[in-house]
Design a protein around this ligand. Structure first.
Ligand SMILES: Cc1ncc(COP(=O)(O)O)c(C=O)c1O
Length: 385
């Protein structure tokens, strides 16, 4: 259609959305498809939001976001990872990590700049790079390397047009994460080739083994990393739409130029809720992480015993089992599973070609639901023989 821009015609609708249109309105479906917590936002956070409305907080905020929130984020990053950001000019409150990703790409990418993206990876990265006028260059990570991009694989994709690399650990959809020593090797490459690292650490707090290393805390990386994080996953606040971007003042200033004209600011009520979440949620966060970990153990054991070989995820709330033994493409497997057993999972190819032969099963559902899902899966693969 002539009214649609070439740029938008060049991107496709999310594979997840396409798949879930099939699910809408059908009863008795169990879904391991949705990438969001089943927990409701803890009550004290909701209450803080209600109270902020009662006090009449209904205005715009600074374009940068509520200062108190930025100060709390700076405190947390210093306390958790020893990384320093100035709340005035180096931290921008965004409408989710989604907006942060869009802003950093639009603020930094020129036509024909290349952005390296390890896959399987989060569905938004490629389209966002294309919308910013750049060229996504993907790396196919492998299960035998725990779905991590190696320094050799990254180096082999670097050309004179490479501008940035997007990292996401713990990872959606595989649950893989990276150790400090592995990240240091990537940092060395970034320094050598003067690359910007866009580090999406939205699942950092959902790390079950080892400790999370913040990319910008690595030697020499603070100035060429844009750190993206937010409230959606760890605090069960997906609908509130609060994220934050931290980094080099000049890049942030330029991201801000776009943000102030397109978004203006994130909603004040959600920012007030985020203040409460960062101040007082240690307990609720711990409880949710403990429960996700129990579910992780249950589903990994269950999938492996059914014959769906499952890499053990180290963070986030996804498993990414292989269906290599069943001679079906991941879309066909997922569609038949949905029709025959009313169980929804996401076909791995929604996350890039490297995801073909896998499924994404989220364990952000109760253990009861997980057990029922595993029974349905077992029945289904039993029929496949
Ligand atoms: C890796 C990753 N980044 C970003 C997002 C979007 O986060 P937000 O809700 O903060 O926009 C998601 C949501 O699923 C995600 O999995």
């Amino acid at each position: 259609m002539k009214h649609i821009s070439n740029r938008v015609q060049n991107i496709h609708s999310s594979g997840i959305r396409k798949f879930f249109d099939l699910v809408l309105g059908v009863e008795d479906i169990i879904s391991l498809g949705v990438g969001e917590p089943d927990f409701v936002t803890p009550w004290h956070i909701r209450e803080a939001c209600i109270y902020s409305l009662e006090r009449g907080y209904t205005s715009y905020t600074s374009n940068w976001g509520v200062l108190e929130l930025r100060e709390l984020i700076a405190d947390k990053l210093r306390g958790d990872y020893g990384v320093e950001y100035d709340p005035e000019g180096e931290i921008l409150i965004t409408t989710g990590v989604s907006e942060g990703m869009d802003l950093v790409l639009r603020a930094t990418i020129n036509p024909s700049d290349e952005v390296i993206i390890p896959e399987p990876g989060y569905v938004a990265y490629k389209p966002c790079v294309i919308l910013a006028g750049g060229m996504p260059v993907t790396i196919d990570t492998r299960i035998d390397n725990d779905f991590k991009a190696t320094p050799e694989e990254i180096t082999s994709k670097i050309t004179e047009n490479t501008k940035a690399i997007i990292l996401n650990y713990p990872n959606n959809p595989t649950g893989s994460t990276m150790k400090g020593s592995e990240l240091e090797e990537i940092a060395d490459i970034a320094v050598e080739h003067d690359l910007l690292v866009i580090s999406d650490e939205i699942y950092a707090k959902l790390t079950y083994e080892g400790t999370h290393t913040c990319f910008s805390s690595l030697n020499g990386m603070r100035n060429n990393t844009i750190l993206l994080n937010g409230m959606s996953k760890a605090y069960a606040m997906t609908g509130w739409r609060i994220g934050y971007a931290c980094g080099n003042r000049e890049i942030l200033e330029n991201m801000m130029k776009i943000h102030q004209y397109t978004m203006l600011c994130s909603p004040i009520t959600a920012q007030m809720a985020a203040v409460e979440a960062l101040r007082n949620s240690d307990d609720s966060l711990r409880k949710m992480v403990t429960e996700y970990n129990r579910r992780r153990n249950l589903i990994v054991k269950g999938l492996n015993s059914i014959g769906l070989h499952c890499f053990e995820p180290k963070g986030a709330f996804y498993t990414f089992p292989s269906i290599a033994d069943f001679n079906l493409k991941s879309e066909e497997f997922a569609e038949r599973l949905l029709r025959e057993e009313m169980l929804a999972v996401v076909p791995g190819n929604a996350f890039g070609n490297a995801g073909e032969g896998y499924l994404r099963c989220a364990y952000a559902v109760s253990r009861e639901v997980l057990n029922e899902a595993l029974s349905r899966l077992e029945r289904f693969v039993g029929r496949l023989g």
